[in-house]
Design a protein around this ligand. Sequence first.
Ligand code: ZN
Ligand code: ZN
Length: 556
Amino acid sequence: MTLHDENEFKIKGYNNALFNLERYNESLSQTKIDDIEKIQGVGKSTAKTIDELTQTGEIGALEKLKEKTPVGIMEMLKIKGLGTKKIKTIWQQMGIEDTSTLLEVIEKGELSKVKGFGEKTAQNIKEILLFIQANKHKLHYSKAEKIANDLCDTLKKEFPNDLIEVTGEVRRKLEIINEIKLVVGTDSKQKLINYFNSFPDIVYDEIHSGPQTWRGKLKEGGITIIIKFSSKKRFYNTLLSTSSSPIHLSHIVKDDLTLNKIIKNNTIGSEEEAYSKIGVPFIVPEIREGQFEWEAATKDKLPKLVEMSDLKGILHNHSTWSDGKHSLKDMAAYCHELGYQYLGISDHSTSAFYYANGLKEERVIAQHKEIDQLNEEMTPFKIFKGIESDILPDGRLDYDDDMLASFDFIVASIHSGLSMDIKKATDRLLTAIANPFTTMLGHPTGRLLLQRKGYPIDHKTIIDACAEYGVIIEINANPWRLDLDWRWVHYAIEKGVMLSINPDAHEKDGYADMYYGLCVGRKGGLTADMTFNSFSLEQVQNHFSKRKKRALAQIK
Ligand SMILES: [Zn+2]
Ligand SMILES: [Zn+2]
């Protein structure tokens, strides 16, 4: 509506309705139109629009606007950091209708001359556009894993006599997937090829296919699908070689012996068999990265990786007190229902007031009252009083010490002022880590995978500081974040820094993301005893109390 110069009053009305509807806990399609009208900020005309959506599946007025908007402009609307007003200028003043023309114009230096843009903004937009271009046909692990498993299940049903497994990047549980790969052990290859060629959701890529490899692209989103064929006899050879990184395969274990050579010179009946031929225990696919696994395996010290069943509680979550979708009570009840012992609620803090409904002091006090009451009702289950405190540009947390002392734990995170160089970002985090009230560092780099690079940080310095000050680092388990990156998990463990697998849930379903954080932890060799939220309720309580006592002693 902004793009098409609609009535500003109407636009404000919709925004206001949206803000309130996002906090409405019932299903709108099950709510009568008269009752929808009564929801705060909604009113007659918006209620009618919602009713239209429920009845017909679309909103006529919106469809008309979409028809009048070029595809390229719709794409620009999805870019974070490029607001509607700027897009309007690009489209209506400059006549640009797609991202590749926009990129050309920036490269010629023409955008920076337009009022409201300037050199720095133009460069920022350029970086975002290049980033999106480079990530176009990639997928988050969460999405790719599902596609790969579904495809694998379909094939297994269709060809029950063949050996079929997911392999490649998905089997190694990498955070971003470039290609989905399956290995098929069969003695009737042509039958499978015929089947793939007529598969409805995948377009065959003849040029890049070969006698042992069938390649295609998924119609939706365009990710590459690869089917690797082998004989049934050599199935496990192919599975092992396609689900290990090159550096894992070529590592010289002893006397010139590599996994590569074992695979080449033997026909193995299982992956375990290959490892036992080298004289080491089985190494799971997700740690076959050449990081630490060989040294550990040869000393018979492979870590016992943390499992879902080790996790006793869920920390770092939001409720309707800030920008979450479900009430504190619902979040707690569902956490309890899933079998966890405790929930750490950490809504947004005071400086997030404008973008995430962050809690000013008096609302913190009110929330604590509600938590006390819920804790009485739900005992022995416990809600810990936390906050996700914004780290200000100078590294301070955004409450005074008295307020900070009223929480059980504090997740310190950066949410604004993200364009920093490595020195500024690292110093900002270091100041927050040194704050005696900081319990945990939230999403260390602020990255959003496939959408925005994080600010650059000196990981080693940050982890060393967390070790010095006893600060836990979160593995933010949201599939868009997965931050701390798995490449730094092992270093953190070596330094004795505990990690906490946190879903950063903004709704009940968000708890399911814990699994993706678990994958990241496991990739880095994380064990249950180094995972903070594998602690029992009592252990967590003790840790929080001890930290707070120490903090209070320090500020005296
Ligand atoms: Zn956050
Ligand atoms: Zn959060």
